[in-house]
Ligand binder design. Structure first.
Ligand SMILES: C[S@@+](CC[C@H](N)C(=O)[O-])C[C@H]1O[C@@H](n2cnc3c(N)ncnc32)[C@H](O)[C@@H]1O
Length: 264
């Protein structure tokens, strides 16, 4: 039996999203740069708008926009995250079914493109067009936050299983072309209740962009400073969830981190 739309999005969010820690990171960076809290957020490739809905809970002045071209995650997000907010909080979140490249303009403190969604742009010219649009739409003093991943595991053709309380999440690298960095990833889920593995619930046909390529394009479109972050480690050598700014890091098999473009 196929997963329902609700199950599919719930499993996805429980497996890969942690909007609370992303928001903490953004608050820290923004405060360090401008000595104030950010108030407005644009969540590009926002899917269900999980983060945008968490954002308005942080402060009664916070506002957010969710942009996604697929109505399915938007409808799920409206029925769950948005419906769970009180009426006043709901009025501060706007969902837009749109391409991120469409000529929409928002005056926000922070734009985010998380869970590597901008990897969908495979050509440099396409990615640059997107970054240029984000830059143009931000006010001076606005920031653009992206996440990215890498390490040799990122392009090894293998399937990695992560156990959660009620399900397993599988990240499957199906194809990687070393000449173009194009890659094909799938997400599979297995619910422990019935033991059925649901294959290819989500598929991503992406280009694996590197930190330095992204930095250079961000600088080219105008970001006056581009900050690279790296995760600290605990005594066992595992990531500790604390990200610090740096331009040099130790190579490791698998990493996920942030980049921040600052419009000066
Ligand atoms: C990997 S999901 C990210 C969902 C969520 N933001 C997260 O952090 O997990 C990518 C989302 O981007 C959307 N998407 C892909 N291309 C897009 C585009 N050009 N404009 C707007 N949304 C797009 C897809 O519909 C999908 O919901």
């Amino acid at each position: 039996m196929e997963l329902t739309v609700t199950e599919k999005h719930e499993l996805y969010e429980r497996s890969v999203q942690n909007p609370g820690s992303d928001i903490d990171f953004i608050y820290q960076v923004f405060n360090k740069l401008f000595n104030r809290n950010p108030k407005s957020l644009r969540e590009d490739f926002g899917g269900t708008g999980y983060m945008a809905c968490e954002w308005v809970k942080q402060n009664h002045e916070n506002t957010s926009y969710v942009i996604d071209l697929d109505c399915e995650p938007i409808e799920f997000g409206k029925k769950t995250h948005h419906a769970a907010l009180n009426i006043e909080q709901q009025s501060r979140v706007k969902y837009l079914e749109s391409n991120v490249l469409a000529p929409l303009s928002f005056d926000v403190d922070v734009t985010v493109a998380f869970n590597f969604s901008y990897f969908i742009f495979k050509k440099r010219s396409e990615l640059k067009e997107y970054f240029q649009k984000v830059y143009n739409d931000l006010p001076q003093g606005g920031i653009f936050c992206l996440d990215l991943f890498g390490g040799e595991d990122a392009y090894e053709l293998s399937e990695e299983e992560t156990e959660h309380d009620e399900h397993s999440y599988f990240w499957d690298c199906d194809k990687f072309n070393p000449l173009t960095n194009e890659c094909l990833y799938h997400i599979h889920f297995k619910k422990h209740s019935d033991g059925i593995k649901h294959e290819k619930v989500f598929t991503y046909d992406w280009r694996l962009w590197s930190n330095i390529e992204l930095r250079e394009i961000l600088e080219e479109v105008g970001f006056g400073s581009v900050l690279s972050f790296w995760e600290g480690t605990d005594e066992d050598g595992d990531g500790d969830g604390n990200f610090y700014e740096t331009i040099s890091a130790e190579n490791c098999e698998s990493w996920v981190t942030y980049l921040v473009g600052v419009k000066k």
